[in-house]
Design a protein around this ligand. Structure first.
Ligand code: ZN
Length: 606
């Protein structure tokens, strides 16, 4: 089986006529759109009651805008995908940078159109009369509503320019600080200087001394740059507060929710269910602490300690959970087929047509991702398959993203984009299918390890994410009045962890510097980049619970749900499945799945 992907359906090379012509066409279309907007988009046309004329203008704009976005997407995907598996490809790098500058060239035109459309008084009537407009009704209404938050043209330009020397620069500084800093650490009597991510990864080490030393060395290293990181954080959050106030949002949280097409009632329902289940997670942390010989709850450094069960017989000992690539494919496709033919066919097709680059090789980026190429109705998946079980679940996860794109294949380009909280639904759903199937097939010891691993990662996404939400809420609240010192930030973080983890963690062994190590706090465009993770996990699990309850009748509804994610609010799209995400009951049914796993783990652990 070929473990490299093939991008020929996009372009055959950077030198090909198709690629070069598309770049030219993109430039021409951008120029055309800009001059059309300047000439034709006069305010009076919107205010007049000439619905037919207004409809024509919107159609022209949509055609031209969609065309630009599609060309841009094909070109930039080709450059980015090529670069992601070949860091030494300078042509790919050059085109990525060239293309990055193209989209801002239409910002002024899109802002102008947004402002113009908000002046149309009876937009619903206009939309009703045209197929193309009806198809884009959600999109048009959304930009029209969001136009309330636009600043004046001059302010918009100023804000976007100042961002480069403001939040973007601070975020860049944080990046440099954390990527350049070296951690002093002693491993087996040998002194070393290691990058921060390497030392943080040691939290997964089987050796408890390594985990503990790595943790203390990590905490020590933050002292080298905590003043600078705090400065960056205060500046990023300060800018967000200023801009969101100026735009007229009640708070940065309101801004985030609107951008996520989500409402506060849903957020509160989710968190109230999470709060109710915190004691269940604490039971798990305490059990893990006990198994590792701790008396006062789990120290932070042992959160990720791998758990293996005392082996009962020798045969079990020899069974290792490893897969060849072919075995992984077979396992995934078979288990997907138990769920639905559509999903299995999609995966089979992806493997057969070389949509997946799974080989580990030099020059390739780490980790894994899926890129849905709506413009050609295909997807590409990058992973670094290492034969481990987590390598298999990663593939299943990314195939889930790809299947989401597959369900959106026949939607308009502008209806194929879905908001952050719903982005992880299909991926986690597929992962859950595979994990549950694997537990069924595994030996006792394997099943124990898989189960603990899955609880461990759920606990991160629920309990740790909750602490991050508490931290960020308090940070925004206090930052309104003045900047916060390193000591303030550490105290808020410790307070948030105590409230979230409770007595599950050793209260003297917490992590006061989580704000200095997580990139999410430093993105000015993505505030509260925490609750979407909890939403994604619990929503996918809730769907899985629904599937277990209703069986095959669930499958068509599931495909339809994915298809609708690009053109509805989250509450509306979930209501189509008969799920009320504004009620805590739905979230509790998801949490109950992990609660059952925790009970199983505790009884297996003895
Ligand atoms: Zn994902």
């Amino acid at each position: 089986m070929n473990m490299k992907w093939n991008l020929d359906t996009l372009y055959t090379s950077f030198e090909s006529n198709e690629f070069l012509n598309d770049i030219k066409e993109l430039d021409t279309n951008i120029t055309k759109l800009n001059s059309w907007v300047e000439k034709e988009l006069i305010e009076s046309a919107a205010i007049q009651d000439n619905n037919a004329e207004i409809g024509n203008i919107i159609r022209k704009y949509l055609d031209s805008y969609i065309n630009i976005r599609k060309l841009y997407s094909a070109l930039s995907s080709y450059a980015e995908l090529t670069f992601s598996v070949d860091a030494s490809n300078n042509t790919a790098k050059k085109y990525t940078e060239i293309l990055e500058q193209k989209l801002p060239e239409i910002t002024k035109a899109t802002v102008k159109f947004t402002r113009w459309i908000s002046l149309v008084k009876n937009i619903d009537k206009v939309i009703k009369n045209s197929g193309l407009l009806k198809e884009h009704s959600f999109y048009l209404n959304e930009i029209s509503n969001n136009s309330n938050y636009l600043l004046t043209d001059k302010e918009e330009v100023l804000a976007s320019k100042l961002k480069n020397t403001g939040s973007n620069a601070w975020s860049q500084l944080w990046n440099v600080l954390t990527s350049k800093v070296k951690v002093d650490i002693e491993i087996n009597g040998e002194k070393k200087e290691l990058p921060l991510p390497v030392v943080r990864n040691m939290a997964n080490d089987a050796d408890n001394n390594i985990r503990k030393n790595a943790f203390y060395a990590e905490i020590d290293v933050y002292k080298k740059f905590d003043e600078a990181a705090a400065g960056a954080l205060n500046s990023v959050k300060g800018e967000v507060i200023t801009v969101s106030e100026l735009r007229g949002y009640k708070s940065p949280l309101e801004m985030t929710l609107i951008n996520s097409r989500m409402d506060e009632k849903t957020l509160n329902a989710m968190f109230s269910a999470i709060k109710e289940y915190l004691p269940v997670f604490r039971k798990y942390f305490k059990k893990k602490a006990e198994l590792l010989g701790h008396k006062k709850g789990l120290p932070f450094y042992d959160l990720f300690a791998p758990m293996t069960k005392q082996l009962v017989d020798k045969e079990d000992n020899e069974s290792e959970l490893t897969f060849t690539y072919e075995q992984a494919i077979e396992f995934i496709v078979n288990k997907f087929r138990d769920f639905s033919d559509n999903l299995a066919d999609y995966a089979e097709n992806a493997f057969e047509n070389n949509w997946i680059d799974a080989e580990q090789r030099e020059g390739k980026r780490g980790g894994a991702f899926c890129e849905n190429l709506h413009v050609i109705g295909e997807s590409r998946i990058m992973s670094n398959f290492d034969g481990s079980f987590s390598g298999v679940t990663t593939l299943a996860h990314e195939l889930g993203h790809g299947y989401h794109g597959h369900c959106l294949k026949n939607e308009s380009f502008l209806n194929s984009d879905y908001p952050m909280p719903i982005a992880e639904t299909a991926s986690i759903f597929c992962e859950t299918l595979i994990i549950n199937a694997a537990i069924k097939n595994a030996s006792e010891t394997e099943a124990y390890t898989i189960l603990e691993n899955s609880i461990q990662s759920d606990a991160q996404v629920i309990v740790d994410i909750y602490s991050r939400f508490l931290f960020e809420s308090e940070l925004f609240e206090k930052r309104k009045d003045s900047s916060l010192s390193v000591k303030d930030l550490k105290n808020i973080m410790i307070g948030a962890q105590k409230e979230s983890y409770g007595d599950g963690l050793d209260q003297d062994q917490l992590h006061p510097y989580m704000w200095a190590c997580k990139p999410h706090y430093y993105y000015a465009d993505f505030n509260f980049y925490n609750f979407p993770y909890a939403f994604g996990l619990l929503f996918a699990k809730g769907l899985y619970a629904e599937y277990l309850k209703t069986g095959n009748s669930f499958i068509d509804k599931y495909d339809n749900l994915l298809k609708e994610t690009g053109k509805n609010t989250i509450a509306d799209v979930t209501a189509m499945m008969g799920i009320d995400i504004q009620s805590p009951e739905f979230w509790k049914s998801s949490l109950e799945l992990t609660a059952k796993d925790i009970d199983k783990f505790i009884s297996c652990a003895g």
